[in-house]
Design a protein around this ligand. Structure first.
Ligand code: SIN
Length: 275
């Protein structure tokens, strides 16, 4: 197994392994690499839907997504697709999956099933590198803060997606979500400090209104995205990416209008987060 960084501070490409048949030792090395680098990319994988589900269960469990359409024959698999005639894609801005859950999903295993002729890349940004780069003043300002996260404004019946041509595809309009997490968490396995707020789902700091929270939130959102803490994946048939939601933000680039893209996603169960 060979590991090649995708960028200095985010992402690793792992070759010489088939995820469907890897040994326990290889699985453990893959986990550690993802905890550290935030995302790992695997090329030329033979990875059927059955392999995908088996791998998710082997990792430690699957959280079924409440909003995306599910694969008809494999309900553990969420379908992240954009038809050729749709303009909006799923996940087309920076976010962290499931931060609105009390115990957010650990990460995702995303498999390319149908790709546009070009474009449709996915980007990640490393929240350990983002935290490290904050000034001492900002680190002191956010020490001990907690923030409230929800997805209701995005998925409810008149939410952000409902106002787009993606609205008809999604489920879970009546769900109510909400969770409070520390603004700086420690990675449950590496202990590294990570900035844990995101543009899509973080609404306010506990004890402050949205309006009062926005100046500092905007400052953190801007600090989270520097050119040197990001990596970018150009998908090819047979590519699988696995990322850690605690360690990264991601963004599905929507630059392939007029073409179809279909990805299959399994969301991996996580553990409680702590400062
Ligand atoms: C997502 O999980 O947010 C979508 C990622 C992608 O489609 O590249």
């Amino acid at each position: 197994m060979k590991m090649t960084p995708m960028a200095p501070k985010c992402g690793v490409e792992i070759s010489g392994i088939q995820l469907a048949t890897c040994s326990d030792e290889e699985m453990e090395a893959v986990k550690q690499a993802i905890y550290e680098h935030g995302v790992a990319v695997f090329r030329d994988q033979e990875f059927s839907p059955e392999d995908h589900i088996r791998f998710g269960k082997r990792w430690g469990g699957i959280d079924i997504n409440n909003y995306f359409p599910l694969q008809q024959d494999f309900q553990e698999i969420a379908v992240v697709k954009k038809e050729a005639d749709q303009k909006t894609n799923i996940g087309g801005d920076w976010h962290t999956d499931h931060s609105y859950d009390q115990i957010p999903a650990m990460g995702s295993v995303l498999v390319a099933r149908e790709l546009p002729p070009s474009g449709g890349d996915t980007m990640w940004a490393h929240m350990g590198a983002a935290y490290d780069a904050l000034s001492d003043e900002v680190k002191a300002e956010i020490e001990g803060l907690e923030a409230f996260h929800t997805a209701d404004h995005i998925y409810k019946a008149d939410g952000l997606y409902a106002q787009t041509d993606m609205g008809r595809e999604l489920r879970g309009h009546d769900l109510k979500t909400g969770a409070v997490h520390p603004v700086v968490i420690r990675h449950p396995h590496t202990g590294r400090k990570l900035l844990y707020v995101n543009k899509a789902f973080t609404i306010n700091f506990v004890g402050k209104t949205r309006e009062e929270s926005m100046p500092l939130l905007e400052k953190l959102f801007a600090a989270a995205l520097t050119d040197d803490n990001q990596c970018r994946l150009e998908w090819k048939p047979g590519t699988v990416a696995i990322w850690d939601n605690r360690t990264t933000w991601h963004n599905a680039v929507n630059d392939y209008q007029g073409h179809r893209r279909e990805m299959h996603r399994i969301t991996l169960s996580g553990e409680a987060l702590a400062a």
